[in-house]
Design a protein around this ligand. Structure first.
Ligand code: SAM
Length: 330
């Protein structure tokens, strides 16, 4: 699928639930307890059909996300089914790892190859502050389990927040080095009300890179083509001495929209064209009105044409904004 700006769309983020067992400061506000009517969620049958159609249209990689995807009952069964779809080269998962100790083995046996794990602090107090109650020890056990069962690569995503966890960049690099992990530092994005509030803590990529350089003694070169390692927007640097891979995802200070290859499917079946825009179409209603695959294909093809040139983060937040990461599939 090629959009109006000549970008090939080959990657789909698929949210399987809005629910989460953490309430990260930059993702959710107040006590916005998320209740979900299961009827509103795409069923596994609906998801499998849609992803098969997307694959026929050229999507070859998907990432399951949320909310916290491991909260979706029987997720392992879904992964096993998706792995059998011809043309779908990769199914991966983003998780906060709180339930990973329990599920890592089953996930690996279902055909999952790789996992991205959010980890913003190695200090229990800071971790609890950022996640508003999350338990660091459970997450660390989840990371160990992922490595032990053979998921590869295990990527750690740290959202860097000025004055909150930026002093932990050296410790995080050591942690990645000692555990054979790929590490990515992420700029806060002003998405949704929570993201907009955290804009005061934003640290631009250039400053994060300076801190990384200070840790590893000089320029973090050579830079590796992103596609060699992942599908995503990270600029990767290799720490020469140990081979530890470090990336920076800078959606705000160095917008990477020109090379965007993705769209997002919410747990309720909306196809979101861009993380930093409100444009979307509903696919659930057509699916449930028993339209044929050709019609679904046509809807998706029309949606791809509507994908905008780039994000407009600052226009999409505010009280009650539905455009929050937990509802979009971050
Ligand atoms: N629960 C899973 C997890 O923790 O990875 C998947 C969902 S979470 C919304 C996906 C990613 O979005 C996480 O790495 C999180 O740090 C990131 N994220 C959410 N809101 C963000 C924001 N405002 N700025 C930057 N990253 C954000």
């Amino acid at each position: 699928m090629i959009d109006s700006f000549g970008r090939t769309i080959s990657y789909l983020r698929v949210s399987v639930t809005d629910r989460c067992n953490m309430k990260c400061l930059y993702c959710r506000v107040g006590d916005d307890r998320i209740t979900v009517d299961n009827q509103q969620l795409l069923s596994f049958e609906e998801l499998t059909r849609l992803i098969r159609i997307f694959t026929e249209l050229g999507i070859n990689k998907i990432r399951l996300t949320g909310g916290e995807p491991l909260l979706r009952k029987n997720l392992v069964d879904l992964i096993r089914t998706l792995n059998a779809i011809p043309g779908l080269h990769e199914v991966s998962l983003s998780t906060n790892a709180l339930l990973l100790e329990r599920f890592a083995g089953e996930l690996y046996r279902s055909g999952l190859k790789r996992v991205n794990i959010s980890l913003d602090s190695l200090q229990p107090d800071t971790f609890a502050l950022v996640t508003r109650g999350g338990r660091l020890d459970g997450v660390l056990r989840g990371i160990q389990a992922a490595v032990a069962v053979g998921l590869q690569p295990v990527k750690i995503n740290m959202v860097v927040m000025r004055g909150v966890n930026d002093h932990e960049i050296p410790a995080m690099i050591d942690f990645a080095r000692n555990n054979g992990l790929v590490l990515r530092f992420i700029e806060t994005m002003p998405i949704g009300e929570a993201g907009a509030r955290m804009d005061t803590r934003h640290m631009p990529a250039a400053e994060i890179i300076q801190k990384v350089q200070a840790c590893i003694g000089g320029l973090p070169l050579p830079s590796i083509e992103a596609d060699v390692i992942g599908n995503g927007p990270a600029n990767y640097f290799c720490h020469l001495e140990t081979g530890t891979t470090i990336g920076i995802i800078s959606a705000k200070s160095r917008n990477f929209c020109a090379t965007c290859n993705r769209m997002r499917l919410t747990s309720r079946g909306e196809l979101v064209f861009c993380l930093g825009n409100t444009g979307r179409i509903d696919l659930r209603e057509p699916l449930r009105s028993a339209v044929d695959d050709d019609m679904v294909r046509q809807l998706i093809a029309e949606a791809v044409i509507q994908k905008p040139a780039g994000h407009t983060f600052l226009e999409n937040h505010g009280p009650g904004a539905s455009h929050a990461m937990s509802k979009l599939g971050g």
